[in-house]
Design a binder for this molecule. Sequence first.
Ligand code: ADP
Ligand code: MG
Ligand code: MG
Length: 886
Amino acid sequence: MTQYVYRFGGGVAEGSAEDKNLLGGKGANLAEMAAIGLPVPPGFTISTEMCTRYYDEGERFPESLIEEVKAGVAHIETVTGKQFGSAADPLLVSVRSGARVSMPGMMDTVLNLGLNDETVRGLAEISGDERFAWDSYRRFVQMYSDVVLGLDHDAFEDALEIMKEDNGFFLDTDMEASHWQALVAEYKTIVEAQWGKPFPQDVNDQLWGAVSAVFGSWQADRAKVYRKLNDIPGNWGTAVNVQAMVFGNMGDTSATGVAFTRNPSTGEHAYYGEWLINAQGEDVVAGIRTPQYLTKSAREQAGAKPLSMEEAMPETFAELARVFDLLEAHYRDMQDIEFTVERGQLWMLQTRSGKRTAKAALKIAVDMVAEKLISEQEAILRVDPMALDQLLHPTLDPDAKRDVLTTGLPASPGAASGKIVFDADSAERHNEMGEDVILVRVETSPEDIHGMHAARGILTARGGMTSHAAVVARGMGRPCVSGAGSLSIDNNAGTLTIGSRVMKAGDVLTIDGSTGEVMLGEVPTLQPELVGDFGTLMVWADGVRRLRVRTNAETPNDCAVAREFGAEGIGLCRTEHMFFDASRITAVRQMILAESEEGRREALAKLLPEQRSDFAEIFRVMAGLPVTIRLLDPPLHEFLPHSESEFADVAEAAGIGIEVLKRRSAELHEFNPMLGHRGCRLGVTYPEIYEVQARAIFEAACDVAEESGAAPIPEVMIPLVATRKELTLMKAVVDDVAAQVFAEKGRVLEYLVGTMIELPRAALMADNIAHDAEFFSFGTNDLTQTTLGVSRDDAARFLGQYVDKGIYPRDPFVSLDIEGVGQLIEIAVEKGRKTRSDIKLGICGEHGGDPASIAFCEAAGLDYVSASPYRVPIARLAAAQAALKS
Ligand code: ADP
Ligand code: MG
Ligand code: MG
């Protein structure tokens, strides 16, 4: 027969920390603490398997459970020497829920169960403290009524308030035994009025009521919502813990508290916590009384008066400190602990790995290696790569005041303050004048790139987490709040309205791209550091990872940031970003609108020196590291002029009439630009564009090799290839230019020509394409769009619901769709290697910075991942973890 009840305490431990699935986190750790000899009040855990069976069998308990629970209660009685329901020396218990992972939304704990009109007198007698007994009883009636019976708790609060008022008391501690006794009578009347039955006096009815309520709470709406949000399966179930009460409310030698073995916000190796004298557990968190500091130094630092536990109960504190150290040594991790002191005797009620900030996680991991508690490899696995994001961007000073106007989506992390500007050109102008600006737009488009770059942060009224603004901002490392729906922008009036507040250009805003908050005025920020513990952990991570980590960057500044963060090359340099520059856009437009090759070549001649100097800058910063440069990719219409003055500029530069230009511009309209005249299709139709870009690349590479001696390694990437023939044609263009330039410069450099794999056909034909491609870079943004048939720019309207409904487990533009897109990558890897065994393989989509996708890349055997500069450290750590886990 299946065992459903597992006992602990009094020298018994039928479970251990390994049994979290069966006993829940709380139950498993109570058993573990009992097993290592710590003072744990005896009790038993009803397993999660029982919960599952309870629901399978129509919410009924099997006969066998009733017997097992009886035996469990008998175990507690034996260890404590008390009797459940006895009027002479009553045993009281707590009933606590406990799933595998801590789960808000589950039933709250019921304390002091086992009290009734008889046992309360026994408790008073045996404790010699009538006030304590009646205080415990009123707590129990209130909690049970609230948590188990589901009665309206306001009535109970009101009764307590009235009782205090009638007696002229302010604090609960002013109440005496007779007051609590009178309150219990009031409470029982309320229960009978609301519930229609008297408060249960049979202690076994009380116990089964509470056990049923815990199991019942597993299917409560709030628990279901929490499970959905956190991917917790509904069939896990919860355990129930029944445990002998220990009393922190038995006078001034009793207390209760919560503690961390190290500081959870800084990681400092110092005990950290709060406690209350003469109180029960829930009082500390409930905020009825202000808790006191645990240690003397913490109390002094805060300038607080009420004594710390270290000072008020030095012996018990020393005992507690010993337990902290023992628990840390045992679990080899920082612990979050609940304890109670009953008349000087310490009892442990809970332990678990403590939640911590990224900063604390790093410090604790590195310190624990120094303390020889864990290995370097364990330290690497202890830190959540995504949590590092908190440390890689300027963050708002947590102590600063904020006037929050509204909250949008946390689209790109980091905080920024600046003056409001409503268009990209103003952003650039103000930036040149040395002013910090926040670019505020309804939404952004590729023409805003220069303004986004010039701005400290970006705020949009529309667009989701994968909107243009969000994606570009993350790539640039600019904080961004997108989709702040309550924002209304009036471009004519030059105003921004949020609720009743109206702001105009030049007013200062602060945005927090990590929380989505939009604040009025400047809120001070703290700068990121990649030193100290962070640096140490990164060195360890680099020691174990196999995947190389590159960056997606196109400005010398972004390249420099990425190198600071440890990038080992560039995986994607998008040349078009350089085209939007104010000094070039007219020449770019002239090229696009030209009607002949000759016209295009004339414009390209103006762009050549500009591109050459851009590439030279990048090669210098990357000093001999590989640099993958993608030739022109986006549909040409993205560059087209809009305003009359823009057309006039192009007309003048090209010596063509405005009307002709406008006609040409209209001809370039596409119905579906994402699938239109873009990528290598531009190179196939206008080879001179790729020819000039290749020339700029090789001339720059030769120049930098000449001046520095560190020969750059250009990797020329042809985008949007579907067939081998496209690549064959484009590779010939590139190779011809390379040969010419090398002849002109009298120097031969190593270089590669390869392709992006971003169309399903290319993945399927990879063996064929690999005859010409020396590398594949998986462009998973477009590969996701083209495989799923979903336009990233339009996905915001429905993708959220797709994720809610479990159609995709996560946003496939954020975390790779491993089943589908991943399969295409695997096919391409296998086929590519079959043709060319040493083909270089990398990923350059947004996924290159996502830990789950990086784990996939490790398994798929890619050579490198490429992430935006601010994600490089995340990718380094994720790559190390992936290597350790594989
Ligand atoms: P949560 O998961 O919400 O923290 P717990 O079951 O840990 O719920 O209990 C809530 C409070 O009651 C905690 O402060 C805990 O220490 C206290 N508590 C639980 N069981 C007992 C007990 N047997 N004796 C004394 N206090 C207890
Ligand atoms: Mg707890
Ligand atoms: Mg692409």
